[in-house]
Design a protein around this ligand. Structure first.
Ligand code: AMP
Ligand code: ZN
Length: 474
């Protein structure tokens, strides 16, 4: 089955074909580094990661661009208060972003452009817009003239007539021609100079507006027209609508072909998680509360489809941790199992169905939760078959292949503490030797050490077996 993605532009799930066969250019709106990313932001970033990973699974090469917004009004305010330049102010938050992404095992994008490193690209684009009268200067600021771009609103399916008529009424309160016109460039204020937030431009010294940075950086790294553009749903309007207007008006070429938007993560109370509103939870908060970043990863990508809203809750995180544990346990069990003599044909058939079903779920607009559900059902059957010594060479290798398929997206099994299995096996052998030598103190000490590390031992006919214990039972 071909990969189908829900395109906000068409409002339907469409078969995805890149412009150039086997090669995908993808732009994703990244963090504004005025503070730590909250778990809602991280949901969006892990959605990008899931998409990127599945594009790889589907056989594409991907050039993924994720910007860092290192200049905006909030950054200016905070830097001014902290008496720092904007570059000094954002530095720790940019580092924190990369740390969080690594802890969550997000794959690295090919490019992480920063807005302040691309001012000349933005200036060039604004100059082109001024030249063609898609933009105008008002009191030193430069605005985009929405009335000059009739396709405005196509992404968010806005009623354009209403937008403009309504806008005209209130327009005289502003220097802008219309309230919905947005700033491309803001005139430098004296205090902007002190914090390193002003640049020269033919239309006057100042700083870029937020929307123009994504248009300019997308063009720099992916060209005027490219395959995919993603962001959280709150960015669809006006940010993405504005990006389309600026880019298409300046380049005279279509901008992104397919737009994907991920839904929000809400606080446990149901309220939107938002940095500006004050109430927000960071990955650091969750780690301090004892959660494993990979349970957070599982919760954010595998609990619900990316287009449905989810709520952050301790229960949901614990449930995710339990699923991570089950999957890892199963992978460990496969690693240790010796093949049975015969094969269980019905089981082989089921594994093949589940492998196909999993792939189809992902091809169906990245329905990871559905695919993972299929796999968990099979784990129950496969565990029973392993208990009954009914899994032969082929069964084991098919099951391992299934775990690899799932881990291409989840990345929680191979991320398991490297060398843990070897270390546990070594300690078990040492404990057996201690028992044989009747050194029971040493044997008990080893069992206790393993218990502390979340490993329980169990005597079975094949010798000592081990498994992970849920955190709550430790
Ligand atoms: P920002 O750092 O505010 O520029 O946002 C970075 C990304 O996080 C954008 O794609 C936003 O759409 C997304 N985002 C912001 N708040 C939430 C939320 N509560 N849930 C999910 N995504 C969000
Ligand atoms: Zn953007």
């Amino acid at each position: 089955m071909a990969l189908r993605l829900h395109n906000t532009l068409t409002g339907s799930k469409d078969v995805f074909e890149p412009l150039e066969r086997g090669h995908v250019g993808m732009y994703t709106c990244g963090p504004t580094v005025w503070n730590f990313a909250h778990v809602g932001n991280l949901r969006a970033f892990l959605f990008y990661d899931l998409l990127r990973r599945h594009l790889h699974v589907a056989g594409h090469r991907v050039v993924h661009v994720m910007n860092l917004t290192d200049i905006d009004d909030r950054i200016l305010d905070q830097a001014m208060h902290a008496n720092k330049t904007i570059a000094e102010y954002v530095k720790p938050y940019a580092s924190a972003f990369f740390e969080d992404m690594a802890a969550l095992r997000a794959q690295q994008a090919e490019h992480y452009p920063r807005a302040t490193d691309h001012i000349p690209d933005m200036v060039a684009m604004i100059s082109a817009l001024l030249e063609h009268e898609h933009a105008y200067v008002a009191d030193g600021d430069v605005y985009f003239r929405i009335a000059s771009f009739p396709a405005y609103g196509a992404l968010s399916h806005l009623d354009r007539g209403g937008l403009r008529a309504g806008a005209r009424v209130a327009a005289d309160k502003y220097d802008k021609e219309s309230v919905s016109d947005f700033a491309l460039w803001k005139k430098a204020q004296p205090e902007d100079e002190r914090i390193g937030a002003a640049w020269d431009a033919p239309f006057g010294r100042g700083r870029p507006g937020w929307h123009i940075e994504c248009s300019a950086m997308a063009k720099r790294y992916l060209g005027a027209t490219f395959d995919l553009h993603c962001g959280g749903i709150d960015l669809m309007f006006p940010h993405h609508e504005n990006e389309i207007a600026q880019s298409e008006a300046a380049n005279h070429k279509p901008f992104a072909r397919v737009w994907l938007h991920s839904e929000h993560l809400a606080e446990a109370t149901g309220e939107k998680m938002s940095k500006s509103a004050g109430g927000f939870t960071t990955l650091r908060d969750l780690i301090a509360a004892g959660h494993d970043p990979l349970s957070v990863r599982f919760f954010l990508i595998a609990n619900a489809h990316y287009r449905s809203r989810i709520r952050l809750s301790t229960d949901a995180l614990h449930a995710a941790a339990e699923q991570v544990r089950r999957l890892r346990d199963f992978a460990d069990r496969l690693r240790r199992s010796t093949p049975a003599q015969g094969e269980d044909e019905a089981l082989l058939q089921r594994i093949s169905e589940v492998r196909n079903g999993y792939r189809e779920a992902l091809d169906d607009d990245l329905n990871l939760p559905y695919g993972v559900g299929l796999v968990f059902e099979l784990l129950r059957e496969a565990n029973a078959a392993l208990d009954g010594d009914r899994v032969g060479e082929r069964g084991l290798s098919e099951l391992r292949a299934l775990i690899d398929d799932v881990d291409a997206h989840l990345d929680i099994v191979s991320a398991d503490e490297p060398g843990l299995a070897d270390e546990v096996e070594r300690l078990i052998a040492e404990r057996e030797a201690a028992r044989a030598a009747r050194d029971f103190d040493r044997a008990d000490a080893i069992r206790e050490e393993l218990r502390r590390r979340g490993i329980a031992l169990e005597d079975s006919k094949e010798g000592v077996r081990w498994k992970r214990v849920p955190a709550a039972a430790r």
